[in-house]
Design a protein around this ligand. Structure first.
Ligand code: ATP
Ligand code: MG
Length: 265
C-alpha cells in the first residue's frame, strides 16, 4: 500500500507547511474524456512467503463519466484490492489503468498522491475524520494539500458542507456529530476538490438504517448532478441504488457490461 492521503494529525494545517503541489501530467485526451476509469488486463498478485495470492485476475473495465456503479462480491473476492487500485492507493502487478485520461502506472509516489488528492474523493466506512479538527477544517484538508489559498479553502469547505446539509455544523468536531453527520462531512471532504471520481467503500457499514438512507440519498443526489461514483459494498440493498452492478469473484470481474460509446468520441 502506498503512503496514504496525508490527512494526519501531524500534517494538519498549523505550524507545518504543506508540501508544494505536484504538477500532474496533462491528460492524454483533453478536453475531459467521457471515460473516467479504464482498466485493461489489471492483475494484482500478493506474494506472501512461498504462496502467491491472485487477488485480481485480468480485470478489464470502463466507467463512463456520470456513471453510478456498485462493486459487490463475497469476502476475500478482491473488492478492496480493486478499490485500492482504482483509488491509486496501490498499484497493479500488471495491466494498464487510465484515470480521467492520465496513465497512472508510470507515476511517481508524489504524483500518485497528487492524483489521489485532486482527482478522487474518498468516502470510507470509518469516516476517517481528524478528531481534533472542526468539520470545515476536515473538509478543507484536501485543498491544503492542493495548495489552494486560505480564503478560497474556507469558502469551498463551507459550500461543500452546505451542500451536504451541514451548514449549521461547520464548527463542530467529529465527536459532536452523529455517525450520519460525520459521514456527511466525509462526503463533503470527498466533493470539495471537484474530483473526477468518488470512491465509496462500504459508506453505510457503520451507520444505522436512517443514517444509511441519508447517506445513500446524498450519493443519489450527487449522481443526479453528474458525479461519477463507484460504491463498494457487500450489501445488496445498498448496491441496488447504483445504475450498474459489477461482481468480483475470486479476483475475476463479472458482468462488466461495456459503457455505451459516448457521442462525439
Ligand atoms: N496485503 C496483502 N497481502 C497478501 N494477501 C492479501 C493482501 N491483501 C489482500 N490479500 C488477499 O487478496 C484477496 C482479496 O482480498 P480483498 O481484501 O481485496 O477482499 P475483499 O473482497 O475486499 O474482502 P472483504 O469483503 O472481506 O473486505 C484475499 O484472498 C486476501 O487474503
Ligand atoms: Mg474489503
Amino acid at each position: 500500500m502506498l503512503g496514504g492521503f496525508g490527512w494526519t494529525e501531524d500534517t494538519a494545517p498549523g505550524p507545518r507547511v504543506p508540501p508544494p503541489p505536484v504538477v500532474l501530467p496533462e491528460a492524454d485526451d483533453a478536453p475531459a474524456s467521457e471515460v473516467v476509469v479504464a482498466l485493461e488486463g489489471i492483475s494484482k498478485t500478493y506474494a506472501t512467503g512461498a504462496a502467491e495470492v491472485h487477488a485480481l485476475r485480468d480485470v478489464t473495465l470502463r466507467i463512463g463519466r456520470g456513471e453510478y456503479v456498485a462493486v459487490i462480491g463475497p469476502s476475500g473476492s478482491g473488492k478492496s484490492t480493486l478499490m485500492n487500485i482504482l483509488g491509486c492507493l496501490d498499484v497493479a502487478t500488471s495491466g494498464r489503468y487510465e484515470l480521467d485520461g492520465v496513465d497512472v502506472e508510470d507515476l511517481s509516489e508524489a504524483e500518485l498522491a497528487a492524483v489521489r488528492n485532486t482527482r478522487i474523493g474518498f468516502v470510507f466506512q470509518q469516516f476517517n475524520l481528524l478528531p481534533t479538527l472542526s468539520a470545515w477544517r476536515n473538509v478543507e484538508l484536501p485543498l491544503v494539500y492542493a495548495g489552494v489559498a486560505r480564503a478560497e479553502r474556507r469558502e469551498r469547505a463551507h459550500a461543500a458542507l452546505d451542500r451536504v446539509g451541514l451548514a449549521e455544523r461547520v464548527d463542530h468536531r467529529p465527536s459532536e456529530l452523529s455517525g450520519g453527520q460525520q459521514q456527511r462531512v466525509a462526503v463533503a471532504r470527498a466533493l470539495v476538490t471537484d474530483p473526477a471520481l468518488i470512491l465509496a467503500d462500504e459508506p453505510t457499514g457503520n451507520l444505522d438504517t436512517r443514517s444509511s438512507e441519508d447517506v445513500m440519498g446524498l450519493l443519489e443526489e450527487l449522481h443526479t448532478s453528474g458525479r461519477t461514483i463507484v460504491l463498494i459494498t457487500h450489501d445488496l440493498d445498498v448496491a441496488a441504488a447504483a445504475r450498474r452492478s459489477l461482481t468480483v469473484r475470486d479476483g475475476v470481474l463479472l458482468d462488466a457490461a461495456p459503457v455505451p460509446a459516448a457521442s462525439g468520441t
